[in-house]
Design a protein around this ligand. Structure first.
Ligand SMILES: Cc1ncc(C[n+]2csc(CCOP(=O)(O)OP(=O)(O)O)c2C)c(N)n1
Ligand SMILES: [Mg+2]
Length: 346
């Protein structure tokens, strides 16, 4: 949690220095992210929104790869087909699209398990197929209003997919408060879809871990989908393009700063007898790691122009090859008579 906090702060500075196009801070939301991220097993798949830096880190995605996307160097930043990236799928900035990716993926997990058991029928409403792996999807309070997010709940309930929906209710969708999105607590909406659901204190990592484990276990053992509303607060701005002082209520920030999940966990650890030296070392190592990430981000290589063709299809495709050849001809048209190159890529 502290490591992510330090990295987040570094990235905000990098954006202010013109080194990142945008940054999306997760400050204040580390409690639910660490608990839920740790609750997942290696074989589970996680579909994030765009603020799940700590979950990414837990799954093995390097902070530097997270920042590469916000530096405009990649369309994603990590290879989702590489198991070293912890089955952590790409950040999704189109609100709610990841809920459909996740439900589709969970449906695939279910079908694979059924096929392995020589059962090829997929009956809506049927439960009981153990899959041994599950899917977890993260989204925000505002995203619960998207059609995609609601359609995903319908399909998850119908097919009893092995998945857990996680809504980080950080109280705001940019400048729109959650009270305007929903007249009822968000977790109660899931009950209307027939999905087991619970509201947790999202600034309590241990609660997030316990409930996350339980819901993922149920999903993996054929007991269908679950929904966790984690009550938390976005202490930072929505992004570096946002100024929350324009819409926050007086005293709101201070109220939540007192409930900062890092402060709360530290207070708890102190009651167990953990001493100053431990906390000092945690903050120092977090700073060292954030500085390492900062240097690495500044030294990230720019992509070559033809890398844009690399992942369009999984296999070679004639139209893509045609476009790649066109780009090569175009680029070489900038070569001068003396063999030197001119143009934007020098
Ligand atoms: C389909 C779509 N509509 C609108 C936007 C613009 N937009 C980006 S973030 C955001 C608010 C999202 O709020 P919430 O779901 O609560 O997530 P949070 O950012 O608070 O984590 C909006 C409206 C978008 N990215 N995609
Ligand atoms: Mg929100």
């Amino acid at each position: 949690m502290v490591g992510t906090r330090a990295f987040d702060t570094e990235c905000t500075h990098l954006q202010r220095q013109g080194q990142l196009a945008l940054w999306v801070p997760s400050v204040g939301q580390e409690g639910c992210q660490v608990g839920l991220g740790r609750a997942a097993e290696p074989q589970d798949h996680i579909f994030p929104a765009y603020r799940e830096h700590l979950v990414a880190k837990i799954r093995g995605v390097d902070f530097v790869n997270l920042a590469a996307q916000f530096r405009g160097l990649t369309h994603g930043g990590w290879d989702v087909t590489d198991p070293a990236n912890g089955n952590f799928h790409l950040y999704t900035l189109v609100l709610g699209a990841q809920t459909q990716h996740a439900t589709g993926h969970a449906l695939g997990q279910l079908l694979d398990a059924k096929r392995a058991a020589a059962d090829t029928r997929l009956d809506p409403g049927e439960a009981g197929t153990a899959t041994g792996e599950a899917t977890m999807v993260f989204y925000g309070d505002g995203t619960t209003s998207q059609g995609d997010a609601n359609e995903s709940l319908v399909f998850a309930a119908s097919y009893q997919t092995p998945q857990v929906f996680v809504v980080q209710n950080n109280r705001w969708a940019i400048s729109v408060p959650v009270a305007r999105q929903s007249r009822t607590p968000l977790y109660r909406r899931a009950l209307g879809f027939g999905i087991r659901s619970v509201q947790i204190d999202g600034n309590d990592p241990l609660a997030a871990y316990a409930v996350g484990r339980r819901f993922l276990d149920l999903a993996r053992t054929g007991h269908g989908p679950g929904y966790i509303e984690a009550l938390t607060y976005r202490i930072g701005a929505h992004t570096t393009s946002d100024d929350p002082t324009r819409y926050r209520e007086d005293g709101e920030l201070e109220h939540w700063q007192e409930r900062d999940p890092i402060k709360r966990l530290e207070a708890y650890l102190r009651t167990l007898g953990v001493e100053d030296a431990f906390f000092a070392e945690v903050w120092e190592s977090a700073d060292r790691e954030a500085k390492r990430a900062r240097d690495a981000i500044l030294n990230l290589p720019a992509p070559t122009a033809d890398s844009m063709f690399a992942s369009v299809y999984s296999e070679p495709h004639p139209r893509i090859e045609e476009q790649r050849a066109w780009l090569e001809r175009y680029e070489s048209s900038f070569e001068g008579a003396d063999g030197t190159k001119r143009g934007s890529d020098q």
